[in-house]
Design a binder for this molecule. Structure first.
Ligand SMILES: NC(=O)c1ccc[n+]([C@@H]2O[C@H](COP(=O)([O-])OP(=O)(O)OC[C@H]3O[C@@H](n4cnc5c(N)ncnc54)[C@H](OP(=O)(O)O)[C@@H]3O)[C@@H](O)[C@H]2O)c1
Length: 240
């Protein structure tokens, strides 16, 4: 008997990292998992559907094809570049805001409007970047502060309904995140985690699993989870 038998969970960004690990853990507890991402061939979920969260039509198609759901995990997201604001570009800012903010808000709204059953649960992947600014990451930091604001607003709007809302704000997690941020530069990506013991995608998925398997009256409102080698957004201890 799994703790999520009979439940359907939608996981965005399920083709890699935290989303993929979460999809695996929810499925192991008996959930029917509908995974979404642009790289549909990489999805290993029971139901695998193409999804570009930046595209309203793609989101609508995805939500309708996924059908009724009990859990939504908004894990799709990315950062681009590490540079001061005056070296940022219109294109990078647009991609980050459209993915992390508009995409997450849109997916949440559509699932609420069309398919979330009650009791339901919405889990947003925030970041400690939504709590502490760090240098040279302005568009990502801005987007994650926005995710935190949206999560708070969602809690207010859903009060009185049997829909739980959780944000999981993680620090350094070793996934493909840095590879994407540095546009495929493996050396730069590796350097981010050098000399540290970063979180794994499974560590974060475990937090999500904990939140969604509590009794209905228990809302795990905010989870902040970091490596032992990190104390805040910009403070990282390297053993090298
Ligand atoms: N790694 C960290 O240190 C860290 C820390 C705190 C929070 N987070 C957050 O955790 C979430 C997952 O990141 P991760 O570390 O697991 O990185 P990852 O391994 O790069 O995974 C990112 C996922 O997001 C998906 N995605 C990106 N753009 C998308 C789009 N337009 N439409 C649909 N899916 C899209 C990717 O799928 P496709 O490319 O196939 O579309 C991929 O599945 C993000 O929100 C990130 O901000 C990460």
């Amino acid at each position: 008997m799994g703790r999520l038998d009979g439940k359907t969970a939608i996981v965005t960004g399920a083709s890699s990292g935290i989303g993929a690990a979460t999809a695996r853990m929810l499925a192991a507890e008996g959930a029917r998992v509908v995974g979404g991402a642009r790289r549909v061939a990489r999805l290993e979920t029971q139901v695998a559907l193409e999804l570009d969260v930046r595209d309203p039509e793609s989101c609508e198609r995805f939500v309708d094809a996924a059908g009724p759901a009990d859990v939504l995990v908004n894990a799709a997201g990315l950062a681009l570049g590490r540079y001061p604001v005056d070296q940022s570009t219109e294109e990078d800012e647009r991609t980050v805001f459209e993915t992390n903010v508009n995409g997450l808000v849109r997916m949440t709204r559509l699932v609420l409007q069309r398919s979330l059953r009650e009791p339901g649960h919405i889990v947003n992947m925030g970041s400690i970047a939504g709590r502490w600014a760090y240098p040279n990451g302005s568009s990502y930091v801005t987007s994650k502060f926005a995710v935190r604001g949206f999560t708070r607003a969602l809690r207010e709007d859903l009060l009185g309904r049997d829909i739980r809302v959780t944000t999981v704000d993680a620090g350094l997690v070793e996934t493909e995140f840095s590879k994407v941020r540095f546009k495929g530069d493996e050396a730069q990506a590796k350097a981010v985690y050098e000399g540290t013991r970063p979180l794994t995608a499974d560590d974060v998925a475990d937090c999500i699993l904990f939140a969604v398997t509590r009794p209905l009256h228990v809302v795990v409102d905010e989870v902040v989870v970091m490596s032992i080698d990190q104390s805040s957004g910009a403070r990282i201890n390297r053993r090298t």
